[in-house]
Ligand binder design. Structure first.
Ligand SMILES: *Cc1c(COP(=O)(O)O)cnc(C)c1O
Length: 368
């Protein structure tokens, strides 16, 4: 791979394949695998990732919003796609593009039934989401009867799956809470199955659920961050490979004298002779302003260089006083050797946020 001459996000598809294989090795052979590719596949590239994954036996995709599902259909993806958080004004498009909505409340259920009937659908697949403790989206256990009553009034829809989402599957201290979520999911789904007369797919686990709670695998798992190389756990991270490397290059080097200031609002003042490198990446590329003023860092020729002064829209400046480097040298912001999780932690953030923040301005380059 040639050295970066500009800011790029390099995506390693072999690493993606490795991660899928590793996570699937934790599943029973008949457990279905849903790949979560929302938010541009966690900031990488949903279309390329989905095209690659569909060739290595992924049963389902999930996105957050309808438009993300439409983009996958436009790219020729024919795999079933679950839309986790659809809005009723998009229900017509959902049906037109064969997307499958998560239905999480009576309002949304009634709205979807109305649109499906108007569109003359029969047995249109929907996914019922139950709240078992996250208190974000989902029906309550007490609503089961009324959902089943609504279903009896229509032939337009059919329940393809029953699912729920874990709130703290990555946190060993919340084991009791998580076990309770799993138990209430079992209870709720049993109630539904008792009257339904057919067997929908059951699923509850995200990546950490897959790794920490085999009893919550049910018929299918929903894997997001694990695909991209993070397992919310130091040990697991050793077995996964981050797929994305954010690279840039040194545009210019400056030598500051004592008392010289650097960048907007003179946020950095040199207290000794300081060599700085200016890099073509800023907050508009996804580097949060909180990384400025010494909090965040990058790697220049393998050495850690802290981000000094304020993060600009298109640039940052890093301290390279003790690093041998020159203009044009490659710089790594994060990658397999310099974890995005560590960089995110420097501003109290998490891998999910840093990865999904890399903006669409940054060119994606794929490697096999
Ligand atoms: C984002 C999301 C996932 C994926 O979670 P990871 O922790 O990234 O594996 C699974 N299920 C739902 C409902 C989600 O919103």
């Amino acid at each position: 791979m040639p050295k970066a001459q500009e800011t790029i996000l390099e995506i390693d598809l072999n690493a993606l394949k490795h991660n899928v294989t590793f996570i699937k090795s934790k599943l029973k052979s008949n457990t279905k695998f849903l790949a979560v590719v929302k938010a541009f596949a966690y900031g990488s590239d949903a279309l390329e990732i989905a095209k690659f994954l569909k060739n290595i036996n992924v049963d389902y995709f999930a996105v957050a919003y309808t438009d993300e599902g439409v983009a996958l259909r436009d790219a020729g993806i024919e795999t079933p796609i679950l839309v986790l958080h659809p809005q009723p004004q998009n229900f017509k498009i959902i049906i037109e593009r064969c997307l499958e909505p998560s239905i999480y409340s009576k309002r949304v259920l009634n709205d979807f039934i109305a649109v499906a009937e108007e569109q003359k659908q029969s047995n249109y697949p929907i996914h019922l989401k139950f709240n078992t403790g996250l208190n974000r989206l989902g029906f309550a256990e007490t609503e089961v009867k009324s959902i089943l009553n609504s279903l009896e009034t229509t032939k337009a829809i059919k329940i393809k799956s029953l699912f729920s989402h874990l709130a703290a599957s990555d946190d060993k201290n919340e084991k009791e809470f998580t076990i309770n979520q799993i138990e209430s999911f079992k209870r709720i789904t049993q109630k539904v199955l008792n009257t339904l007369g057919y067997q929908p797919i059951l699923h509850q686990s995200n990546t950490s659920g897959i790794l920490n709670y085999p009893e919550a695998h049910f018929d299918m798992v929903r894997c997001g961050i694990g695909l991209y190389g993070f397992g919310n756990n130091i040990e697991i991270n050793k077995s996964l490979k981050p797929i994305a490397t954010l690279k840039t290059t040194i545009s210019q080097i400056h030598s500051l004298k004592i008392g010289d200031s650097l960048g907007y609002n003179r946020a950095f003042i040199a207290t000794k002779k300081t060599k700085t490198a200016t890099l073509p990446i800023g907050h508009a590329d996804g580097l949060n302003r909180l990384f400025g003023n010494g909090n965040g860092f990058v790697f220049v020729n393998g050495e850690k260089a802290s981000i000094i002064g304020n993060v600009c829209m298109d640039m940052i400046m890093v301290n390279v006083t003790d690093i041998v480097c020159k203009e044009g040298d490659e710089v790594i912001v994060f990658g397999p050797k310099h974890s995005a999780e560590n960089l995110a932690e420097s501003i109290n953030s998490i891998s999910y946020e840093l990865l999904s923040s890399v903006s669409q301005r940054v060119k994606r380059v794929f490697r096999r």
